[in-house]
Design a protein around this ligand. Structure first.
Ligand SMILES: Cc1ncc(COP(=O)(O)O)c(C=O)c1O
Length: 381
Protein backbone atom coordinates (compact mmCIF):
# COMPACT_ATOMS: atom_id res chain seq x y z
CA UNK A 1 0.00 0.00 0.00
CA UNK A 2 1.24 3.44 -0.88
CA UNK A 3 -0.36 6.74 0.10
CA UNK A 4 -0.06 9.82 -2.08
CA UNK A 5 1.39 12.98 -0.55
CA UNK A 6 1.33 16.24 -2.46
CA UNK A 7 4.20 18.41 -1.27
CA UNK A 8 4.50 20.61 -4.36
CA UNK A 9 4.30 24.39 -3.93
CA UNK A 10 0.98 24.39 -5.79
CA UNK A 11 -1.39 22.76 -5.98
CA UNK A 12 -1.04 22.04 -2.28
CA UNK A 13 -2.83 19.64 0.07
CA UNK A 14 -6.53 20.34 0.56
CA UNK A 15 -8.04 19.65 4.02
CA UNK A 16 -10.83 17.10 4.03
CA UNK A 17 -13.40 19.62 5.31
CA UNK A 18 -12.49 21.95 2.42
CA UNK A 19 -12.86 19.14 -0.13
CA UNK A 20 -16.25 17.98 1.07
CA UNK A 21 -17.61 21.52 1.15
CA UNK A 22 -17.76 21.25 -2.65
CA UNK A 23 -20.26 18.44 -2.67
CA UNK A 24 -23.45 20.52 -2.69
CA UNK A 25 -24.65 22.70 -5.55
CA UNK A 26 -26.46 25.92 -4.79
CA UNK A 27 -27.67 28.55 -7.25
CA UNK A 28 -25.61 31.70 -7.58
CA UNK A 29 -28.66 33.98 -7.68
CA UNK A 30 -29.88 32.72 -4.29
CA UNK A 31 -29.73 34.25 -0.80
CA UNK A 32 -27.51 31.36 0.30
CA UNK A 33 -24.94 32.26 -2.32
CA UNK A 34 -25.10 35.94 -1.32
CA UNK A 35 -24.26 35.03 2.27
CA UNK A 36 -21.48 32.69 1.19
CA UNK A 37 -19.96 35.26 -1.15
CA UNK A 38 -20.03 38.07 1.46
CA UNK A 39 -18.28 35.81 3.95
CA UNK A 40 -15.68 34.85 1.34
CA UNK A 41 -15.01 38.49 0.41
CA UNK A 42 -14.58 39.37 4.10
CA UNK A 43 -12.29 36.38 4.63
CA UNK A 44 -10.20 37.38 1.63
CA UNK A 45 -9.85 40.92 3.01
CA UNK A 46 -8.43 39.38 6.16
CA UNK A 47 -6.08 37.14 4.15
CA UNK A 48 -4.84 40.09 2.08
CA UNK A 49 -4.86 42.43 5.12
CA UNK A 50 -6.80 45.02 3.20
CA UNK A 51 -9.86 47.21 3.22
CA UNK A 52 -9.65 47.49 -0.57
CA UNK A 53 -12.17 45.87 -2.90
CA UNK A 54 -11.34 42.32 -3.87
CA UNK A 55 -12.28 41.01 -7.29
CA UNK A 56 -12.67 37.24 -7.76
CA UNK A 57 -12.36 35.44 -11.09
CA UNK A 58 -12.88 31.81 -12.05
CA UNK A 59 -9.39 31.24 -13.39
CA UNK A 60 -6.00 30.15 -12.22
CA UNK A 61 -3.69 32.80 -10.76
CA UNK A 62 -2.37 33.84 -14.15
CA UNK A 63 -5.83 35.18 -15.02
CA UNK A 64 -5.47 37.56 -12.07
CA UNK A 65 -2.08 38.74 -13.37
CA UNK A 66 -3.56 39.30 -16.82
CA UNK A 67 -6.52 41.16 -15.29
CA UNK A 68 -4.15 43.42 -13.35
CA UNK A 69 -2.41 44.47 -16.55
CA UNK A 70 -5.51 44.71 -18.73
CA UNK A 71 -7.51 46.82 -16.27
CA UNK A 72 -4.92 49.34 -15.12
CA UNK A 73 -2.85 50.30 -18.15
CA UNK A 74 -3.04 51.60 -21.72
CA UNK A 75 -0.98 50.58 -24.77
CA UNK A 76 2.56 51.98 -24.57
CA UNK A 77 2.47 52.66 -20.81
CA UNK A 78 5.88 52.27 -19.25
CA UNK A 79 6.17 49.67 -16.48
CA UNK A 80 9.13 48.25 -14.57
CA UNK A 81 9.16 44.53 -13.89
CA UNK A 82 11.56 43.17 -11.25
CA UNK A 83 12.19 39.67 -12.48
CA UNK A 84 14.12 36.94 -10.69
CA UNK A 85 12.46 33.76 -11.91
CA UNK A 86 9.77 32.07 -13.94
CA UNK A 87 6.92 34.10 -12.46
CA UNK A 88 8.75 37.40 -12.84
CA UNK A 89 9.13 36.35 -16.47
CA UNK A 90 5.38 35.79 -16.65
CA UNK A 91 4.80 39.42 -15.67
CA UNK A 92 7.20 40.47 -18.43
CA UNK A 93 5.38 38.25 -20.94
CA UNK A 94 1.90 39.48 -20.05
CA UNK A 95 2.90 43.15 -19.99
CA UNK A 96 4.73 42.80 -23.32
CA UNK A 97 1.83 40.88 -24.86
CA UNK A 98 -0.50 43.75 -24.01
CA UNK A 99 1.85 46.25 -25.66
CA UNK A 100 3.26 47.92 -22.57
CA UNK A 101 6.72 49.44 -22.67
CA UNK A 102 8.52 47.08 -20.30
CA UNK A 103 11.68 47.99 -18.45
CA UNK A 104 12.94 44.71 -17.13
CA UNK A 105 15.20 44.61 -14.11
CA UNK A 106 16.46 41.04 -14.21
CA UNK A 107 18.23 39.22 -11.40
CA UNK A 108 20.09 35.95 -11.38
CA UNK A 109 17.63 33.26 -10.35
CA UNK A 110 17.96 32.71 -6.63
CA UNK A 111 18.67 36.39 -5.89
CA UNK A 112 16.12 38.74 -4.36
CA UNK A 113 14.96 41.94 -6.03
CA UNK A 114 16.82 44.94 -4.67
CA UNK A 115 14.72 47.91 -3.49
CA UNK A 116 17.52 50.36 -4.36
CA UNK A 117 17.15 49.29 -8.02
CA UNK A 118 13.51 50.29 -7.76
CA UNK A 119 14.47 53.70 -6.40
CA UNK A 120 16.96 54.21 -9.23
CA UNK A 121 14.65 53.04 -12.04
CA UNK A 122 11.79 55.20 -10.79
CA UNK A 123 13.96 58.30 -10.50
CA UNK A 124 15.43 57.73 -13.98
CA UNK A 125 11.94 57.14 -15.43
CA UNK A 126 9.44 59.46 -13.76
CA UNK A 127 6.84 58.45 -16.38
CA UNK A 128 6.64 54.86 -15.10
CA UNK A 129 3.01 53.87 -14.61
CA UNK A 130 3.49 50.56 -12.82
CA UNK A 131 6.02 48.57 -10.81
CA UNK A 132 5.58 44.79 -10.84
CA UNK A 133 7.10 42.46 -8.30
CA UNK A 134 6.65 38.80 -7.35
CA UNK A 135 6.21 38.36 -3.60
CA UNK A 136 7.17 34.68 -3.38
CA UNK A 137 9.08 33.62 -6.52
CA UNK A 138 7.99 29.98 -6.43
CA UNK A 139 10.50 28.88 -9.07
CA UNK A 140 13.48 29.80 -6.87
CA UNK A 141 12.09 29.93 -3.33
CA UNK A 142 12.97 33.61 -2.92
CA UNK A 143 10.54 35.82 -0.97
CA UNK A 144 11.04 39.45 -1.98
CA UNK A 145 10.88 42.45 0.32
CA UNK A 146 7.52 43.83 -0.81
CA UNK A 147 7.38 46.23 2.13
CA UNK A 148 10.62 47.97 1.11
CA UNK A 149 9.45 48.28 -2.52
CA UNK A 150 6.11 49.64 -1.32
CA UNK A 151 7.78 52.43 0.64
CA UNK A 152 9.45 53.59 -2.58
CA UNK A 153 6.62 53.15 -5.06
CA UNK A 154 3.98 54.85 -2.91
CA UNK A 155 5.88 58.15 -3.22
CA UNK A 156 5.36 58.12 -6.99
CA UNK A 157 2.30 58.09 -9.26
CA UNK A 158 3.12 54.49 -10.29
CA UNK A 159 0.89 51.59 -9.29
CA UNK A 160 2.52 48.86 -7.24
CA UNK A 161 1.39 45.49 -8.65
CA UNK A 162 2.36 42.38 -6.68
CA UNK A 163 1.97 38.70 -7.50
CA UNK A 164 1.37 37.04 -4.13
CA UNK A 165 -0.04 33.85 -5.67
CA UNK A 166 2.23 31.60 -3.65
CA UNK A 167 3.01 34.08 -0.87
CA UNK A 168 -0.51 34.79 0.36
CA UNK A 169 -1.24 33.15 3.73
CA UNK A 170 2.28 31.73 3.75
CA UNK A 171 4.73 34.63 4.11
CA UNK A 172 3.76 37.93 5.78
CA UNK A 173 1.88 40.17 3.35
CA UNK A 174 0.11 43.40 4.27
CA UNK A 175 -1.59 44.95 1.27
CA UNK A 176 -2.66 48.25 2.84
CA UNK A 177 0.22 48.83 5.24
CA UNK A 178 2.78 48.11 2.51
CA UNK A 179 1.07 50.25 -0.12
CA UNK A 180 0.26 47.49 -2.62
CA UNK A 181 -2.18 48.82 -5.22
CA UNK A 182 -2.90 45.55 -6.97
CA UNK A 183 -2.30 42.28 -5.13
CA UNK A 184 -2.97 39.05 -7.00
CA UNK A 185 -3.62 35.73 -5.26
CA UNK A 186 -4.76 32.25 -6.25
CA UNK A 187 -6.72 29.54 -4.48
CA UNK A 188 -4.37 26.56 -4.72
CA UNK A 189 -1.48 27.46 -2.42
CA UNK A 190 -1.65 29.12 0.99
CA UNK A 191 -5.43 29.20 0.74
CA UNK A 192 -5.61 25.39 0.82
CA UNK A 193 -8.34 25.23 -1.85
CA UNK A 194 -8.28 23.45 -5.22
CA UNK A 195 -7.02 25.44 -8.23
CA UNK A 196 -9.43 27.63 -10.18
CA UNK A 197 -9.89 30.94 -8.37
CA UNK A 198 -7.91 34.17 -8.79
CA UNK A 199 -8.25 37.17 -6.48
CA UNK A 200 -7.21 40.74 -7.07
CA UNK A 201 -7.19 43.37 -4.31
CA UNK A 202 -7.58 46.81 -5.93
CA UNK A 203 -6.64 50.08 -4.14
CA UNK A 204 -8.34 53.46 -4.64
CA UNK A 205 -5.26 54.63 -6.55
CA UNK A 206 -5.67 51.63 -8.87
CA UNK A 207 -9.42 52.26 -9.34
CA UNK A 208 -8.55 55.76 -10.62
CA UNK A 209 -6.21 54.17 -13.16
CA UNK A 210 -8.95 51.72 -14.17
CA UNK A 211 -11.14 54.70 -15.16
CA UNK A 212 -8.71 55.80 -17.87
CA UNK A 213 -7.02 52.49 -18.81
CA UNK A 214 -7.63 51.54 -22.44
CA UNK A 215 -6.42 47.96 -22.78
CA UNK A 216 -9.15 45.53 -23.86
CA UNK A 217 -10.85 43.25 -21.34
CA UNK A 218 -14.17 41.54 -21.27
CA UNK A 219 -14.45 38.66 -18.77
CA UNK A 220 -11.54 39.95 -16.68
CA UNK A 221 -13.16 43.32 -16.06
CA UNK A 222 -12.70 44.94 -12.63
CA UNK A 223 -15.53 47.43 -13.14
CA UNK A 224 -18.09 44.78 -14.09
CA UNK A 225 -17.04 42.73 -11.08
CA UNK A 226 -17.25 45.68 -8.68
CA UNK A 227 -20.70 46.62 -9.95
CA UNK A 228 -22.07 43.12 -9.21
CA UNK A 229 -20.11 42.63 -6.00
CA UNK A 230 -21.50 45.85 -4.53
CA UNK A 231 -25.11 44.68 -4.84
CA UNK A 232 -26.88 43.49 -1.68
CA UNK A 233 -26.32 40.60 -1.36
CA UNK A 234 -23.16 40.57 -3.52
CA UNK A 235 -23.33 38.87 -6.90
CA UNK A 236 -20.96 38.06 -9.73
CA UNK A 237 -21.38 39.24 -13.33
CA UNK A 238 -21.18 35.67 -14.69
CA UNK A 239 -21.64 32.19 -13.24
CA UNK A 240 -19.09 31.91 -10.42
CA UNK A 241 -17.10 28.78 -9.52
CA UNK A 242 -19.69 28.04 -6.83
CA UNK A 243 -18.18 24.86 -5.43
CA UNK A 244 -14.70 26.36 -5.21
CA UNK A 245 -16.12 29.33 -3.32
CA UNK A 246 -17.79 26.91 -0.90
CA UNK A 247 -14.44 25.21 -0.38
CA UNK A 248 -12.66 28.54 0.04
CA UNK A 249 -15.20 29.63 2.64
CA UNK A 250 -14.16 26.69 4.86
CA UNK A 251 -10.45 27.25 4.24
CA UNK A 252 -10.72 30.96 5.09
CA UNK A 253 -12.44 30.08 8.35
CA UNK A 254 -9.56 27.73 9.20
CA UNK A 255 -7.09 30.54 8.53
CA UNK A 256 -9.11 32.98 10.66
CA UNK A 257 -9.33 30.45 13.49
CA UNK A 258 -5.59 29.79 13.44
CA UNK A 259 -4.83 33.51 13.10
CA UNK A 260 -2.80 34.92 10.22
CA UNK A 261 0.24 35.71 12.39
CA UNK A 262 0.26 32.08 13.54
CA UNK A 263 -0.14 30.85 9.97
CA UNK A 264 2.91 32.90 8.93
CA UNK A 265 4.87 31.68 11.97
CA UNK A 266 4.02 28.05 11.16
CA UNK A 267 5.34 28.48 7.61
CA UNK A 268 8.49 30.10 8.91
CA UNK A 269 9.06 27.27 11.39
CA UNK A 270 8.54 24.57 8.76
CA UNK A 271 10.91 26.33 6.39
CA UNK A 272 13.54 26.52 9.11
CA UNK A 273 13.13 22.84 9.94
CA UNK A 274 13.31 21.88 6.25
CA UNK A 275 16.45 23.95 5.74
CA UNK A 276 18.09 22.36 8.77
CA UNK A 277 17.24 18.90 7.44
CA UNK A 278 18.57 19.65 3.98
CA UNK A 279 21.79 21.17 5.29
CA UNK A 280 22.36 18.23 7.64
CA UNK A 281 22.34 15.99 4.58
CA UNK A 282 25.20 18.07 3.14
CA UNK A 283 23.01 19.68 0.47
CA UNK A 284 23.11 23.31 -0.60
CA UNK A 285 20.17 25.70 -0.64
CA UNK A 286 19.47 27.53 -3.90
CA UNK A 287 17.94 30.82 -2.66
CA UNK A 288 20.71 33.26 -1.79
CA UNK A 289 18.88 34.76 1.19
CA UNK A 290 17.30 31.54 2.34
CA UNK A 291 16.27 33.02 5.69
CA UNK A 292 13.35 34.70 3.89
CA UNK A 293 12.35 31.63 1.85
CA UNK A 294 9.45 30.49 3.99
CA UNK A 295 7.14 29.21 1.23
CA UNK A 296 9.22 26.67 -0.65
CA UNK A 297 12.74 25.38 0.01
CA UNK A 298 14.78 25.10 -3.16
CA UNK A 299 17.72 22.71 -3.01
CA UNK A 300 20.62 22.27 -5.42
CA UNK A 301 20.68 18.69 -6.62
CA UNK A 302 23.95 16.97 -5.69
CA UNK A 303 26.61 16.54 -8.39
CA UNK A 304 25.75 13.74 -10.78
CA UNK A 305 22.08 13.54 -9.75
CA UNK A 306 19.44 15.00 -12.04
CA UNK A 307 16.72 16.43 -9.81
CA UNK A 308 14.12 15.17 -12.29
CA UNK A 309 15.21 11.60 -11.49
CA UNK A 310 14.69 12.24 -7.79
CA UNK A 311 11.24 13.75 -8.42
CA UNK A 312 10.22 10.81 -10.63
CA UNK A 313 11.53 8.21 -8.20
CA UNK A 314 9.70 9.74 -5.24
CA UNK A 315 6.48 9.86 -7.23
CA UNK A 316 6.61 6.35 -8.62
CA UNK A 317 8.03 4.47 -5.66
CA UNK A 318 6.88 6.43 -2.62
CA UNK A 319 3.82 8.40 -3.78
CA UNK A 320 5.55 11.62 -2.74
CA UNK A 321 5.05 14.61 -5.03
CA UNK A 322 7.81 17.18 -4.74
CA UNK A 323 8.67 19.68 -7.49
CA UNK A 324 11.72 19.77 -9.71
CA UNK A 325 13.31 22.87 -11.20
CA UNK A 326 11.50 24.93 -13.84
CA UNK A 327 12.90 26.26 -17.14
CA UNK A 328 16.65 26.75 -16.82
CA UNK A 329 16.67 25.06 -13.41
CA UNK A 330 15.21 21.83 -14.80
CA UNK A 331 17.27 18.90 -13.51
CA UNK A 332 19.34 21.22 -11.31
CA UNK A 333 17.21 21.88 -8.25
CA UNK A 334 14.32 20.29 -6.43
CA UNK A 335 11.75 22.17 -4.42
CA UNK A 336 10.25 21.11 -1.13
CA UNK A 337 6.91 22.79 -0.55
CA UNK A 338 5.56 23.77 2.83
CA UNK A 339 2.82 26.12 1.78
CA UNK A 340 -0.74 25.81 3.03
CA UNK A 341 -2.13 22.75 4.78
CA UNK A 342 1.09 21.34 6.26
CA UNK A 343 1.79 20.05 9.71
CA UNK A 344 5.07 19.00 11.31
CA UNK A 345 4.65 15.36 10.25
CA UNK A 346 4.47 16.40 6.61
CA UNK A 347 7.87 18.05 6.99
CA UNK A 348 9.32 14.87 8.46
CA UNK A 349 7.75 12.64 5.80
CA UNK A 350 9.03 14.87 3.02
CA UNK A 351 12.59 14.87 4.33
CA UNK A 352 12.49 11.12 4.93
CA UNK A 353 11.44 10.60 1.33
CA UNK A 354 14.28 12.82 0.08
CA UNK A 355 16.71 10.75 2.13
CA UNK A 356 15.38 7.47 0.68
CA UNK A 357 15.43 8.84 -2.85
CA UNK A 358 18.89 10.35 -2.74
CA UNK A 359 20.36 7.23 -1.16
CA UNK A 360 18.82 5.10 -3.86
CA UNK A 361 20.27 7.40 -6.51
CA UNK A 362 23.75 6.94 -5.06
CA UNK A 363 24.18 9.98 -2.82
CA UNK A 364 25.75 9.04 0.50
CA UNK A 365 23.03 9.44 3.13
CA UNK A 366 23.07 8.28 6.74
CA UNK A 367 19.34 7.65 7.02
CA UNK A 368 17.65 9.84 9.58
CA UNK A 369 20.26 12.63 9.53
CA UNK A 370 18.05 15.24 7.87
CA UNK A 371 14.91 14.12 9.63
CA UNK A 372 16.59 14.25 13.01
CA UNK A 373 17.84 17.84 12.50
CA UNK A 374 14.38 18.94 11.42
CA UNK A 375 12.74 17.17 14.35
CA UNK A 376 14.93 18.99 16.84
CA UNK A 377 13.70 22.32 15.50
CA UNK A 378 10.09 21.16 15.39
CA UNK A 379 10.34 19.83 18.95
CA UNK A 380 11.90 22.96 20.39
CA UNK A 381 9.13 25.23 19.08
C1 LIG B 1 4.33 33.16 -7.89
C2 LIG B 1 3.41 32.56 -8.89
N1 LIG B 1 2.87 33.36 -9.83
C3 LIG B 1 2.04 32.88 -10.75
C4 LIG B 1 1.71 31.54 -10.78
C5 LIG B 1 0.79 31.04 -11.83
O1 LIG B 1 -0.38 30.66 -11.26
P1 LIG B 1 -1.39 29.67 -12.00
O2 LIG B 1 -0.63 28.44 -12.33
O3 LIG B 1 -2.43 29.46 -10.92
O4 LIG B 1 -1.93 30.37 -13.17
C6 LIG B 1 2.26 30.67 -9.85
C7 LIG B 1 1.96 29.22 -9.89
O5 LIG B 1 2.73 28.40 -9.48
C8 LIG B 1 3.12 31.20 -8.87
O6 LIG B 1 3.67 30.41 -7.95
Amino acid sequence: MKKDYIFTPGPTPVPHSVSVAQSKMIHHRSADFGELFSRVLDGLKYAFQTQNDIVVFASSGTGGLEAAVANCFSPGDKVAVFNGGKFGERFVEIASFFGLDVIQVAYNWGESANPSDCERVLSENPDIKGVMLTHSETSTGVVNDVEAFGRIVRQTPALFVVDTISGLCAAPFKTDEWGVDIAVGGSQKGLMTPPGLAFVAVSEKAWKAVETARLPRYYFCFKAARKSFSKTPPQTPYTPAITLLQALDVALKMIKDEGLENVWARHELFARATRAGVKALGLELFAKDSSRASVVTSVISPDGINSGDLVRLLRSKYGIFIAGGQSKLKGKIFRLGHVGYFDRYDIIVQLAAVEFGLKELGFPVELGTGVSSAMKILYEE
